[in-house]
Design a protein around this ligand. Structure first.
Ligand code: 3H9
Length: 679
């Protein structure tokens, strides 16, 4: 335990260092070590002031989330943070916290137990617990309002977004920003402090938090709970407030939402680990990129590259298309400047990294070429044949196809081992998901390069195998099909969409279809007749065909499953019902959710069975980051495990679908998808 927390003496300053890589989480042993070190230094007559600092790349990123998993499972005990924090706060000598990297969750709570805080200019502090379904549980909801006021504390605890050192200074959370060496600066600051100053003794003035409350989603438990706990700080003495915080924390900890959100947290990190692609797989450095096709996808991909500092050539075949693409890019950046997310000069710098062109000049220098032309196999093969003539031997050749056969595209070149799918989601400059499609012969360094690139673009790359629609879109079709059948049987598009947004989906299926374009769905159905009738149902929905025949392509034509006004606001349209409805059965929201979500689950099980997705967790991350599945339900496969696979299997049979063999087997064995994964 000793090595987790060490201390040393610098003149009359005692320095406590926390060394629990990679992020100095407060794992068992760390709080105990801090407490022991504080007591040891407090007892030394030669020490006047104590400085606490994080070793390595950061201060403290919070409690150890793995330990919460154990507590939830009934196997572990809660970390003993309060005793360490009280040892600091009650220390007779001033304690100065020296923050670099991030002080998050329990990390900020630890810092606030100190008497003073200094930070590097690039440090960040925050209470992000709500993102894993929790509230601050080590006094954060009680000490933060005393330092920053109730309104600021409420905002930080309820939304969970970290703030910069500058903002923390202005809010009174830290006392000084240190330029240069942090430890030296902290020691100099420590020499100047007048004496101890307990955060818990500071007064709290109540503030109106109704505006924040209004912004919170009613179906998310933790943010509202965090707000309750912060408000308690204004009405209760400190000790009582702490007890209240603990009660609320415990309630959150044992909620399904917390389990799901913790799953989502680790899932995002788990997908980066591919068993046959070890961490030390060599990667091709990506210094220059080129994108073919300046449409919506190509433009968005070029922006994502430019945002990450990678110069990119953006090619289209005619000037008009190129101009349109560039105008859209400009408009997007202008919007970011207007909203204050980007400075005007940063936007200009990024635009300058995108070189628009009609020809192929410079492609021979590109480290990666990403094809983003119209979704047609013939066209993509042509583009790859052309690219291959120009690209250097070590250039990664990527396609942004969302449905086509990656191996067929790769076969258009003489170096299929260099070819990979990088399926970005629209808008590509915003959406975090990239499905990385490894072909039959894609070499491992190319896969590792695509994963590293996704990471450097601040996206989440999920490696999948080649197959119709890969993982995300493949599962989307049976889901969409159920949504359509429900309308044919008597539901309305708005009822289906509302039932699914109430479930937590960011958008309902019909809203999505109208946004993506009915013509896009229709064209895919024509190109892959063998994939429809859909995998889940025995019936075939005909809504898409009827809407397509009626010229209702969605938002772009002003009508699809809804009508749209000038502001693209959707309006229910009885004409759609006249066009597609065959029955008028009253359908419950529960049936809507079960049919649509279980269609996803059943297809997800097939995707696993076929090895298109490696693990259930990969499917979950794809749906969480690319399809608006609610994080507080953990993704479709985690959700299925929570509901119970036997129940889902029974419903699948009742619906008259063919169950996936994997679903049938795992349900019969009484297991979960997750447990089935573990060796
Ligand atoms: C809390 O504090 C509750 C309190 O109120 C007290 C209640 C009593 N625990 O993200 P990265 C792992 S709740 C365990 O890839 P980055 C992570 O899994 C906590 N493990 O790096 C990964 O492992 P691996 C509140 C953690 O540089 C490795 O560290 N705090 C934790 O992109 C590297 O992480 C939070 O919610 C943890 N707390 O980002 C902060 N944190 O290499 C959560 C990280 O095996 N953490 N790991 O895959 C983060 O937001 C980011 O990790 C951070 C670094 C920004 C710190």
């Amino acid at each position: 335990m000793e090595h987790l927390v060490t201390f040393s003496i610098h003149g009359d300053i005692g320095v406590i260092a926390i060394n629990n890589p990679p992020v100095n989480a407060l794992s068992s042993g760390v709080p105990e070590g801090i407490k022991a070190a504080v007591h040891a230094l407090e007892a030394r007559p030669d020490v006047r002031v104590i400085v606490v600092i994080g070793g390595g790349r950061t201060f403290v990123a919070g409690a150890d989330i793995n330990e919460f998993v154990e507590v939830i499972a009934g196997r572990g005990t809660m970390p003993a943070l309060h005793p360490a924090l009280f040892a600091i706060e009650d220390c007779a000598k001033p304690v100065v916290m020296a923050i670099h990297g991030t002080a998050l969750g329990g990390g900020l709570e630890l810092a606030m137990a100190g008497h003073y805080r200094v930070a590097t200019a690039d440090a960040q502090v925050g209470q992000p617990e709500v993102k894993i379904g929790l509230i601050p549980g080590a006094g954060g909801t009680q000490r933060l309002p005393r330092l920053a006021g109730v309104a600021k504390a409420a905002e930080m605890c309820a939304f969970g977004e970290p703030i910069s050192a500058r903002e923390a200074l202005d809010a009174g959370i830290i006392d000084k920003i240190v330029d240069g060496d942090l430890l030296e600066g902290a020691i100099a600051f420590a020499r100047s402090v007048p004496g101890t100053r307990r955060t818990r003794d500071l007064p709290v003035t109540p503030a109106d938090t109704s505006e924040i409350r209004r912004k919170l989603r009613p179906n998310l438990m933790a943010p509202l709970a965090a707000l309750d706990a912060v408000e308690a700080a204004a009405t209760m003495p400190f000790e009582e407030g702490l007890r209240r915080e603990r009660e609320i924390f415990e309630r959150c900890l044992h909620s399904d939402q917390c389990k799901a959100l913790i799953h989502a947290f680790f899932a995002e990190r788990a997908v980066a680990k591919i068993p046959d692609i070890p961490k030390d797989t060599p990667v091709y450095p990506i210094r220059q990129a080129a994108v073919v096709g300046a449409g919506t996808m190509g433009g968005g991909i070029a922006m994502a590259l430019a945002n990450a500092g990678i110069p990119v050539r953006l090619k289209d075949t005619d000037q008009a298309a190129l101009d349109r693409g560039l105008a859209t890019i400009r408009k997007n950046y202008e919007r970011s400047v207007k909203s204050g997310r980007l400075t005007a000069s940063a936007a200009e710098e990024r635009i300058a990294r995108i070189a628009p062109q009609i020809g192929w000049e410079g492609f021979e220098q590109a480290d990666i070429i990403i094809e983003a032309v119209f979704e047609s196999l013939a066209l993509k093969k042509e583009v790859f044949a052309a690219i291959e003539k120009l690209a250097k031997a070590e250039c990664v050749l990527a396609s942004n196809t969302s449905t086509l056969d990656m191996d067929a595209i790769a076969a258009a070149t003489s170096r299929p081992q260099m070819v990979i799918g990088t399926h970005f989601f629209s808008p590509a400059n915003v959406m975090r998901l990239v499905e990385i499609v490894r072909g039959k012969v894609t070499e491992k360094p190319v896969i590792a390069t695509a994963m590293a690139l996704a990471k450097s673009l601040k996206k989440v790359g999920v490696v999948v195998r080649n197959g119709f629609g890969f993982v995300g879109n493949r599962m989307m079709f049976p889901y969409m099909e159920q949504a359509q059948l429900l309308v044919e049987e008597g539901a309305t598009p708005e009822q289906v969409d509302r039932a699914l947004t109430d479930f937590g989906m960011a958008m309902g299926p019909f809203g999505v279809a109208d946004l993506s374009g009915i013509d896009v769905f229709w064209r895919i159905m024509q190109e892959f007749p063998q994939e429809f009738p859909a995998a889940a149902g025995s019936m075939r929905a005909s809504g898409i065909e009827k809407l397509y025949a009626a010229g209702r392509y969605g938002q772009k034509t002003g009508a699809g499953w809804y009508r749209y006004d000038q502001n693209r606001k959707s309006i229910p349209d009885p004409d759609v019902l006249a066009l597609v409805q065959k029955g008028n059965r009253a359908i419950s929201d529960q049936e809507i959710v079960e049919r649509c979500i279980y269609a996803l689950v059943n297809e997800g099980a097939k995707v696993l069975e076929e090895g298109i997705a490696l693990r259930p967790v990969d499917i979950d991350v794809i749906y969480l980051t690319g399809y608006g599945f609610p994080a507080y339900r953990g993704g479709p496969m985690f959700y299925a495990d929570m509901v119970g696979l036997q129940g889902i299997y029974d419903r699948v049979l009742q619906f008259g679908w063919k169950p996936a063999a994997l679903l049938e087997r795992v349900a019969r064995e009484g297991k979960t998808f997750a447990a089935n994964e573990r060796p």
